[in-house]
Design a protein around this ligand. Structure first.
Ligand code: ARG
Length: 415
C-alpha cells in the first residue's frame, strides 16, 4: 500500500511544488490540508488547485473561530507580546495547524505529515514540536528544508510539472497572514537600514494618508475577552475583522522589529497588526483599573513567559496550561469598557471604566469629598522608613563611599 502524507497546504508556490515532490520522492499519496485562520487571498480555489497538481484529496478547514477562541484570546488575556513588539500572529497559528494536521492524519490513516517551512525559521520548530507532542508516532517531512531549492528552482520545477504559479509570487516579500496580523519579510526589508516601502503593507494605511480627524472607539470586555465595539456585541472573529478594518484605516499597528529567532538568527520583520495592537492596549488599560499593583507586577512576568513559550513552540505543554490557569483566574474582574483614540498611526487610551474598578475618586481626589485621612500618613512613613533608618544608622558611619556613592566627610555633615 502506498504511504499517505498529509501536507499543510497554503496554495503558494512552495507547498504547491511540495505536493508533486513528496509524491515522487516517497512514492506517496498526498492529501492536502488548508487551514483558514483568516489568511489573505481566496481559499476557495485552493482545493481545486491541490487536486489539479495531484493531491488525492484536498481538505479545507475554516478554523477562524477555533483560532480566536483557543489561541488568540488566551494570548490577549495574557498580554503576550514577544520582545515588546510582536503580537505573535504567526506563532499562534502554528499549534492549531499542527493539531488539525494530526487530526487529519489520524482520520485518513496517514503515516506522515508535512509542512513547507525552511530550515532557518521558527515555524518548523513550532510545527514539529507540536506534532510530536500530539502524535509522536507520525513521521514529519519538511520538503523545503530537505530539498533546499531556491525560489528560481522552485519556479522552474513548477513550470516543468505544470504547476500553476500564483500571482503573489511576483511579490518581492515573504508573507504570512491571519486574522491576528500579517508578517512581511525578505527583499529590501532584509536591510535593517531601509525604510519599509509602502507596497509592503496591505492592512494599514500610511499615516500620511489616514483621515485628518481622530476616530474614537469603545471596546467592551468581559473577563478579559473583547465582546463589543461601540456597545454593539460581536463574536470574536467579527470583532477582530471589524477592528482590523477600522484601525488599519487609521494606520494603527505597523511594527518594525529586529527579532531574535529561536534558532539564534536575528531577523528584520515587519508586522501589521491593527486589531491586535488596539486590543492589547485596551486590555492592559482595563487591567490597570481592575487589578491590584501586585497582580499587575506579577502579570508582567507571566506575559513575558507566555510570549516566550508561544514564540518558542511550547503551546502543547503543561507549562502553558499552568500559566493559562493563572491568567484565567486573573481575568475574573477584567470587565468594562475602554475608550481609544485612533489618529495617524497612533492608538491612545483616553478613557476606561469598570464596575470592578479599584480607582476610587474619593481617595484620589484633591478636591472636595476627599475621604483619605492625611493624619495617617506620618505614622505610615515612620514604620515604612524604620528599616531604612536602622540600616543608615548602623552602616552609614562605617561606609566611606556613603549610601549614594558620594563620600560622607565630617565637613559634609557639618554643612
Ligand atoms: N518571525 C515571525 C515568527 O516567527 C513571523 C514569520 C512569518 N513568516 C513570513 N514569511 N513572514 O513568528
Amino acid at each position: 500500500m502506498l504511504e499517505k502524507i498529509v501536507l499543510a497546504y497554503s496554495g503558494g508556490l512552495d507547498t504547491s511544488v511540495a505536493i508533486k515532490w513528496l509524491g515522487e520522492r516517497y512514492n506517496a499519496e498526498v492529501i492536502t490540508l488548508t487551514v483558514d485562520v483568516g489568511n489573505e487571498g481566496d481559499l476557495s480555489q485552493v482545493r481545486e488547485k491541490a487536486l489539479r497538481i495531484g493531491a488525492i484529496k484536498a481538505l479545507v478547514v475554516d478554523a477562524k473561530k477555533l483560532f480566536v477562541d483557543h489561541l488568540v484570546f488566551p494570548a490577549l488575556q495574557a498580554n503576550a507580546i514577544y520582545q515588546g513588539q510582536y503580537s505573535l500572529a504567526t506563532a499562534l497559528s502554528r499549534p492549531l495547524m499542527a493539531k488539525l494536521l494530526v487530526d487529519a492524519a489520524l482520520q485518513e490513516n496517514a503515516s506522515a505529515v508535512a509542512h513547507g517551512c525552511t530550515g532557518k525559521g521558527n515555524d518548523q520548530v513550532r510545527f514539529e514540536v507540536s506534532v510530536a507532542a500530539l502524535a509522536p508516532q507520525l513521521k514529519i517531512m519538511a520538503p523545503a528544508r530537505e530539498w533546499g531549492i531556491t525560489r528560481e528552482e522552485a519556479l522552474a520545477y513548477a513550470q516543468e510539472h505544470g504547476i500553476p504559479v500564483p500571482v503573489t509570487v511576483s511579490s518581492p516579500y515573504s508573507i504570512d497572514e491571519n486574522i491576528w496580523g500579517r508578517a512581511i519579510e525578505c527583499g529590501v526589508l532584509e536591510d535593517p537600514w531601509v525604510e519599509p516601502p509602502e507596497d509592503a503593507f496591505t492592512l494599514t494605511r500610511s499615516p500620511e494618508e489616514t483621515p485628518d480627524k481622530p476616530y474614537y472607539i469603545e471596546i467592551g470586555f468581559e473577563k478579559g475577552i473583547p465582546i463589543s465595539i461601540d456597545s454593539q456585541k460581536l463574536d470574536g472573529v467579527e470583532l477582530i475583522q471589524r477592528l482590523n478594518q477600522i484601525a488599519g484605516e487609521h494606520g494603527v499597528g505597523r511594527v518594525d522589529h529586529i527579532e531574535d529567532r529561536l534558532i539564534g538568527i536575528k531577523s528584520r520583520e515587519i508586522y501589521e497588526a491593527p486589531a491586535a495592537t488596539v486590543l492589547l492596549i485596551a486590555h492592559q488599560a482595563l487591567e490597570s483599573l481592575a487589578l491590584s499593583k501586585e497582580q499587575l507586577r506579577f502579570g508582567q512576568r507571566v506575559s513575558a513567559e507566555y510570549a516566550e513559550l508561544i514564540y518558542n513552540g511550547l503551546w502543547f505543554t503543561p507549562w502553558r496550561q499552568d500559566l493559562a490557569a493563572y491568567v484565567q483566574s486573573s481575568q475574573r474582574w477584567v470587565s468594562g469598557t475602554v475608550r481609544l483614540k485612533l489618529f495617524k498611526g497612533s492608538c491612545c487610551v483616553v478613557g476606561r471604566k469598570s464596575d470592578y474598578s479599584l480607582y476610587q475618586h474619593e481617595l484620589a481626589t484633591y478636591d472636595k469629598g476627599d475621604t483619605f485621612d492625611q493624619r495617617d500618613a506620618p505614622g505610615f512613613i515612620r514604620i515604612w522608613g524604620l528599616p531604612i533608618i536602622t540600616q543608615a544608622q548602623v552602616q552609614l558611619p562605617k561606609s566611606p563611599e556613603g549610601l549614594l556613592g558620594i563620600a560622607t566627610t565630617p565637613e559634609d555633615a557639618s554643612t
